[in-house]
Design a protein around this ligand. Structure first.
Ligand code: SIN
Length: 484
């Protein structure tokens, strides 16, 4: 499939310019076959400092604009992204591998955050509070936090940027993002459209590089950066948090998950199978909110597992740029090795593959959609984040047992329950130690809702009115001397 070359950029976008660096050229590969899509000029530490310099210089004028002026520019960015939805989706599929229909979905999903925060920009309200004495009042205003930096992942190379950048820009902040080295083209295409939309130079900067550490040190360590936002693994998130501690930055951390998908005896089984399918196999299982552990009540275990295996075996795997593909490749060989390792370990400990279980004959980046039964909660496939198209099924007897099993993890991002019993919906939703609960729903992410986790899944929320709060500081004005 040919790409719109006007949107394929090969250097970092700093201060409104394509910034070619003499250091570290690197290639972007198509995960289907490892072929090179583009060769990029990689940024280094001094380029990251330049991006923060640009943000510092540009932010006062951006912050001084009216909320409506910022909103209009964001809205234009949204419109341009949607006009180029097909082109952006083709770039995303080429570098990330997800099927074109999912890539188009991600472009709309990502753009929706821009539309949403363009609207919310105009609704940054403060408060007035009766004062402590008759001649004083307490006034609260909210202001953008300052320069925001971010590091974003390869699994959603468009939407994970927009859901951080849009609230930051809406709040009057300047933004510097280091895009994932596997998928920088989607980020750069967003920058090109942002430029066309009229985002001023220095307000939205994208750094591309195949070296993370020196750039990460600037984004987490530069005292001029007020806030750092990260989406990625819990392990990396912990060390970035520690780096942010030296300058006491505000942080938003959207880290790993180990989502339980609990199906009770009273569930509509066909709905549960459909929900499981989309929740598990979207993006070939490479999302933080993917169901990772399926807990199925004994009375329906056999029927659910057979139906899920049957549905999974019908998924069409292949090159995502071709039509009618449901599952693309995994991102790289390391990902395949990790998924194959978890499945092989489980099988060696007694698990049974009802379908799948192997690297597919399509190619060495393709792992078959897999449904495993006979899983025990202590197996590594049930304890680690799989990040692949593998559904491990565990049988349970009681509601109490299901909740205990679901909560038996250090992380707490998404969770899912299927039941028709309204009392159980409330009991279980309140008992689950997760930031999000899908109730008879397998896909729960959207711009209106606060996305985020508890425990070691991180802190902060993205999307919704709460997603804007994360980019605002509260300032208290003590108004005294009011008596005449
Ligand atoms: C993620 O995997 O980090 C994001 C998934 C989503 O936005 O639904």
């Amino acid at each position: 499939m040919s790409l719109n070359l006007n949107l394929v950029k090969t250097a970092s976008f700093i201060n409104g310019q394509w910034h070619t660096s003499k250091n570290s050229p690197f290639d972007v590969h198509n995960p289907v076959d490892g072929s090179i899509i583009a060769s990029l000029s990689g940024a280094n530490k001094s380029d990251a400092i330049l991006a923060v310099d640009a943000a510092e210089k540009a932010m006062p004028a951006w912050r001084a604009k009216t909320a409506k002026e910022r909103s209009t520019i964001l809205r234009k960015w949204y419109d341009l992204i949607m006009e180029h939805q097909d082109d952006l989706a083709a770039i995303l599929t080429a570098e990330q591998g997800k099927p074109l229909k999912e890539a188009k979905g991600e472009i709309a999903y990502g753009a929706n955050y821009i539309e949403w925060f363009a609207e919310e920009a105009k609704r940054i309200y403060g408060d007035t509070i009766p004062g402590a004495s008759s001649n004083s009042r307490v006034v609260i205003i909210k202001q953008g936090v300052g320069i925001v930096s971010a590091i974003t992942p390869w699994n959603f190379p468009n939407a994970m940027i927009t859901r951080k950048a849009a609230p930051a820009l809406a709040a009057g902040c300047a933004f510097v993002v280091k895009a994932a080295q596997e998928t920088p083209l989607s980020a750069l295409a967003l920058a090109e459209l942002g430029k066309q939309a009229g985002i001023p130079a220095g307000i939205f900067n994208v750094i591309v590089s195949n070296t993370s550490r020196p750039i990460g040190e600037v984004l987490t360590g530069d005292p001029r950066v007020a806030k750092f936002s990260f989406t990625g693994s819990t392990e990396v998130g912990k060390s970035l948090l520690a780096q942010c501690a030296t300058t006491v930055k505000k942080t938003s951390m959207e880290l790993g998950g180990n989502a339980p998908f609990v199906v009770f005896d009273d569930a509509n089984i066909d709905q549960a199978v459909q929900g499981a399918l989309v929740s598990k196999f979207r993006n070939a299982g490479q999302t933080c909110v993917c169901s990772n552990r399926f807990f199925v009540q004994a009375g329906i275990y056999k029927e659910f597992s057979e139906k899920l295996a049957q549905a999974a075996s019908q998924l069409n795997m292949g090159d995502g740029s071709e039509s009618n593909i449901d599952i693309g490749p995994l991102i790289n060989n390391k990902a395949i090795e990790s998924v194959a390792g978890l499945v092989n370990n489980a099988i060696s400990e007694g698990a049974v593959a009802l379908t799948g279980g192997h690297i597919d004959e399509m190619g060495d980046r393709f792992f078959e959609p897999t449904v495993l039964t006979n899983i025990t909660p202590s197996m590594s496939v049930a304890r680690e984040e799989i990040f692949g198209p593998v559904a491990p099924l565990i049988k349970f007897e009681t509601e109490k047992e299901a909740v205990e099993l679901a909560n038996d993890t250090e992380v707490g991002l998404a969770s899912y329950i299927y039941t028709r019993d309204i009392g159980r919906v409330w009991r279980v939703s309140e008992a689950l130690e997760f930031g999000m609960v899908g109730i008879n729903e397998g896909i729960i992410s959207n711009e209106m809702a606060p996305f985020g986790g508890v425990k070691q899944s991180g802190m902060g929320r993205e999307g919704s009115k709460y997603g804007l709060e994360d980019y605002l500081e509260i300032k208290y004005l003590c108004m005294g001397g009011l008596d005449s």
